[in-house]
Structure formats: C-alpha cells, structure tokens
Write a protein of this length. Structure first.
Length: 186
C-alpha cells in the first residue's frame, strides 16, 4: 500500500508536538504519527511495515490518501485524490524545468483549481498556458479545451488519463513541484 500526506505544517505550540492545517482545521500529532505524516509529505511512499493502523488514522482524518496500487500508477491515483494548491510564489528551492514551470503556471493562473488528471490532459494535448486560457474570465474556454463530450461525465477523464502517454511525466513533474515546496496538497 502507498500513501501521500496532505496539509500544511504549522508552528508547534509545545515541544514534541506537530501541528498540521487542512481545510481550516489544525490537527495535533504526537511524534510517531508526525513522523509518518512527514515521511510522505513530499511524495508518495510505501506504508512502513507495522504502520498500517496509523496510516489508516491519518487517512480517516484526511491528512493522507492511500492506494493499493504501486509505482507510477500509485502516484497518479494518490495525486488524483488531492487538491493541488500552488504556493503564492514559487520557492525555487529546486531548479524547475520547462514542464514544472508550465504546470505551476497552469495551477497558479488558471482561474480554477485544476486536478492532476486535467493537467495530464493539458500536457497530452500540448496546450500551453496562454492568456486566452488563463484567468477567471477564461474558465469556460479552458474547461472546453480539457473536456470532450465523451469525458465530461463524472470520473471518465480520471480513468482515461490513467492510460495517457503524458501521465508519468506529468505526475513526476507534480511531485517535483511538491518536493520544491511550490505546491501543497489539500
């Protein structure tokens, strides 16, 4: 089983505790749970042996997502369950390549929250984040570029993008943005 942590770390009030904010709620964790949460904060990780119960607790609280899949499919499925939130300005802690810069621009300027599968679709189509597709005034144009009559039904695009040739590269770039702390997951 693989897992990925969600939320934003907060300043600890007392020594030995970790605080994580998610959707306006602050969760306080002890050292063991905090270490497991931190372990998968910057990318998907295998659930450590003997930690299944703690990961289930994290998942039940919303602080983690899990999947039985493995490899790049697991990374896609985990990211598909998260809200991708760009930081207000990229930290630039790691060098960003062209794809990462493009994805970050889509995430930060699209005028709506884009999912991992929608970003994969944009990459598959070779669409660039141009002014004609960015911002709140162009939401409809962007939505029409991503979805077709066949993929507009709930869950169809997620299933189709699971088999896209652009999936692995896009997922790797999203994980790179996560590691560079230019992106956080909710």
């Amino acid at each position: 089983m693989m897992y990925l942590s969600r939320g934003i770390p907060q300043e600890a009030v007392r020594s030995g505790e970790t605080r994580v904010s998610l959707h306006g709620t602050v969760y306080v964790m002890g050292p063991r749970l905090a270490a497991l949460w931190a372990h998968a904060r910057k990318g998907p990780q295998a659930v450590p042996r003997g930690s299944e119960q703690e990961i289930t607790r994290l998942a039940q609280s919303g602080l983690a997502v899990t999947t039985e899949a493995s490899g790049s499919l697991a990374a896609y499925r985990l990211l598909s369950q998260c809200i991708l939130c760009p930081e207000s300005a990229p930290h630039g802690r790691l060098p960003l390549f062209e794809r990462e810069r493009r994805l970050w621009r889509w995430l930060s300027q699209a005028g709506l929250r884009l999912t991992a599968c929608e970003l994969i679709r944009l990459e598959e189509l070779g669409l660039k984040p141009t002014q004609a597709l960015l911002g709140e005034t162009h939401r409809q144009e962007l939505t029409e570029a991503i979805y077709s009559p066949e993929t507009i039904s709930d869950g169809v695009l997620e299933t189709v993008m699971e088999h896209s040739a652009a999936r692995n590269a896009t997922v790797a770039s999203l994980i790179q943005l996560l590691r560079a702390q230019n992106l956080f997951l909710a």
